[in-house]
Design a protein around this ligand. Sequence first.
Ligand code: GLU
Length: 279
Amino acid sequence: MTEIVTRFAPSPSGYLHIGHAYSALFAERAARQANGRFLLRIEDIDIQRCRPEFEEAIFEDLDWLGLSWEEPVRRQSDHFDEFSDALTRLVDLGVIYPCFCSRKQIRTEIAAADRAPHGPEGPHYPGTCRQIGISERTEKLNEGIEHAYRLDTAKALDMAGQMVWSDRQAGQVEADPGLFGDVVLARKDTPSSYHLACTWDDHVQGITFVTRGEDLFPSTHVHLLLQRLLGLQTPDYHHHKLLTNESGVRFAKRDKSLTIRSLREAGNTPEQVRQLAGF
Ligand code: GLU
């Protein structure tokens, strides 16, 4: 039987809140109940928003909650070269194209379109740079025009065929990676997107069971496609419910009073905070 390896993968762009506590405790419990392993990953690819003091606080807060994880902790910003190798593999497959459009150009194009397909993160990229000819593309690259790298999702899907993942909450789910359109996998200021870095790192860390909030359910469709293209195993998934306040609104980083830190400063014990998170 496959060993259960779970992970908690926070981004150090703020202090952990009670929703994070739930997610971390959920992943740790899933590993413990199966005599498996629980790992930690710092998802700090967005170097503009992530800060070392928040990373420090993650270790401190999780430790205070009574969690322990296997070392080493994987910090994504230490592995940009690996993400770029993974991207090169996709480029070699012919499923990546450079996109020179600015955000403003994309907005204008979408506004002018009769019908713009929408995904979980808003309207799809209209595909402008997918259609430009090879000579124009080479010219732009030679001129050093800033660009992102997008996945040619339709082409990738043709290559990948049908994909299914097993979700402990949702059952057998057929992947529909077209959901987001041609996603960005890398850009100048963020050399890897969440989708690529997360998929790659779940593989490198040997994660067999990905547990995370149901807000990330749509992303899993894209992760399956990347796994198939890169020849990686698909782990099992459990997209868990999100903790909400009495009005049903999910906790966010801006709810300062509900950070693990402020709950602790207000005199709560680790047991009380675990209980508040439902553990
Ligand atoms: N870093 C993501 C977050 O903090 C979680 C990624 C994941 O669990 O796949 O929302």
